[in-house]
Write a protein that binds this ligand. Structure first.
Ligand code: FE2
Length: 548
């Protein structure tokens, strides 16, 4: 396999530049470039086979996961790593046979499908099993086996059949889980919730160095290795960082309990990057190498299918899911194709530059894909799972500043999306569709009404934005941050604001959606307590958040 993208010349240039700049280690550069040339099953990726009996310690320390539920299939994931903080996971450069099975009961008495696969060293010994032939709208249990090692059991479910009348569904949405800023207590609670799926809107991993004590976690029972105490740049760096994150028991529990539908924001690569443009003044070719390494490690460590497998620095992550007639989920990627932030990024007044018609956040192709999908949608609830704040967010101090990294920095793009939404509404005489936008990124919880004119709170309400706070990023936070009153004063369409950590539960029904913002008391030590900080409802056909 060769990379066919426009980026291949840039990658070659980057590779030449590496010898001079020594930005990556030679082995890192080789690994980064090696994955452009082969997939397992081709001659270039036939590592020798390892007898499973040679795996002498538990290879399932990163747990199991499932994701991207379809009516007849779901993606099952694990990654073999007896030593999660070693670059090779503690395994030799050999392929390892793994057996898997999926059953309709927790005790595996009624096994529905089973099979064998290889864990390839070229993919960090990850497994991505796309199990087909399942029944729609059902719960399943799955596990993996290597020799005598058996993985924990995961629970998952399939989506309902297309067009099926579905009375209700419940999902959670989460984001921003910086490991060194707290414990994943919110995930421990989420693992116990009864949800059909979890939507992760990004910042699953952060690139920043993690010290030996795990930062805020202040470990006294272990010392994290130097390999995580530097900013991630190479494929090995990103793999080790995922090993750190995914060895957390609360995160493992959440993945084992529910299928995840993931998308990324910026920190899976680097803070506030835009398309091929890095945060800092690094040559673009070098940045593309880093992006290729980060995307590759992301795919290896997430429950994603083959169509999401990256081609060098490119990876198609935007995709669509149906939940019968009840819901359509459009999962966006607002990082890979965006125009560079206007006005030098940060909080700035809008300008001719930020308002330029040519600017786009999802990229023009993804904008069209989204609005075309809405036009064809028969679902009551049309839900965007995406990264950055969609509603206008006026500065809490009353100044004209807006976030240039969010949709406020791409107003023409937002206008096209909202116009596409309005055009997707059915003609008179039939009930309308409903719009809900899921967001992460900002490390606080917001509930916004989305207005037709984002700057005019008297204009028609078109939908609801549900912003999930972080799992840990930003540390403990507080229920009413210092700018709480200012934000409310200058944003009348802001219906809920809370700065603690947690997640959101959304129950979709035929006539209304109920939204519960859940928060934990603290994340700096284990054992935080959970409360419902806000409960709202939005009626089908009559959008707008109302406290309940
Ligand atoms: Fe974040």
């Amino acid at each position: 396999m060769t990379i066919s993208s426009e980026h291949s010349a840039e990658l070659r240039a980057a590779a030449r530049g590496l010898e001079r700049r020594r930005f990556l280690t030679l082995s890192g550069a080789a690994a980064t470039l090696a994955f452009t040339v082969g997939l397992p099953g081709t001659a270039s990726a036939s590592a020798p086979a390892l007898a499973p009996g040679k795996v002498t310690s538990d290879p399932f320390r990163l747990g199991v996961a499932s994701g991207d539920p379809q009516p007849s299939s779901v993606l099952l994931w694990t990654r073999l790593a007896p030593e999660p903080l070693a670059a090779d996971g503690g395994l030799p450069p050999a392929r390892i046979p793994v057996a898997w099975e999926i059953a309709s009961d927790e005790r595996f008495r009624r096994i529905v499908r089973r099979g064998d696969d290889w864990a390839h060293p070229e993919f960090g010994h990850s497994l991505h099993v796309d199990v087909a032939g399942l029944a729609p709208g059902r719960e399943y249990y799955y596990r993996f086996r290597v020799g005598s090692w058996v993985s924990p059991v995961g629970r998952t479910r399939t989506a309902p059949a297309p067009g099926a009348p579905v009375r209700s569904m419940t999902f959670a949405t989460v984001s921003c889980q910086r490991y060194d800023q707290g414990y994943y207590t919110a995930y421990r609670y989420l693992a116990q919730e009864n949800v059909d799926a979890v939507f992760h809107t990004g910042d699953y991993l952060y690139e920043y160095a993690v010290n030996g004590a795990g930062g805020t976690r202040a470990y006294t029972d272990r010392v994290l290795p130097d390999a995580v105490n530097r900013e991630t740049a190479t494929l090995e760096d990103y793999r080790v960082r995922y090993g750190l994150y995914k060895s957390d028991p609360d995160l493992i529990a959440a993945h084992a309990a529910h299928p995840f539908v993931v998308t990324w924001d910026d920190h899976e690569v680097e803070n506030n990057y835009a398309g091929g443009i890095p945060e800092n003044s690094v040559p673009p070719a070098e940045f593309l190498l880093r992006r290729a390494a980060a995307y590759r490690a992301y795919w290896e460590n997430m429950p994603l299918r083959r169509p999401q497998f990256p081609q060098g620095p490119d990876m198609t992550l935007y995709r669509r899911f149906g939940w019968g007639r009840l819901a359509q989920f459009d999962v966006l990627d607002t990082r890979q194709y965006r125009t560079d932030q206007a006005n030098g990024d940060g909080w700035k007044p809008s300008s001719a530059e930020s308002e330029a018609e040519s600017r786009t956040l999802p990229g023009l192709a993804q904008e069209r894909w989204l609005t075309d999908g809405w036009a064809r949608s028969n679902a009551q609830w049309n839900i965007l799972s995406q990264q950055v704040t969609f509603a206008r967010r006026a500065s809490a101090d009353g100044s004209a500043n807006l976030s240039m990294d969010s949709w406020d920095g791409y107003p023409a793009s937002r206008r096209r999306v909202l116009d596409g939404w309005k055009q997707a509404q059915p003609r008179r005489g039939r009930s309308g569709k409903d719009l809900m936008v899921l967001t992460g990124d900002v490390h606080v919880a917001y509930g916004f009404d989305i207005h037709d004119d984002p700057a005019d709170p008297a204009s028609r309400i078109l939908g609801t934005e549900v912003v999930a706070t972080s799992i840990t990023s930003g540390g403990n936070g507080s229920a009413q941050p210092a700018n709480w009153a200012g934000y409310h004063e200058h944003n009348p369409h802001l219906k809920f604001y809370n700065g603690l950590r947690g997640y959101v539960l959304v129950n979709l029904g035929a006539t209304a959606a109920e939204i519960d913002w859940k928060t934990v008391s603290h994340v700096s030590t284990p054992g935080g307590t959970l409360v419902t900080a806000g409960s709202f409802v939005t009626q089908a056909g009559s959008p707008g958040l109302v406290a309940r």
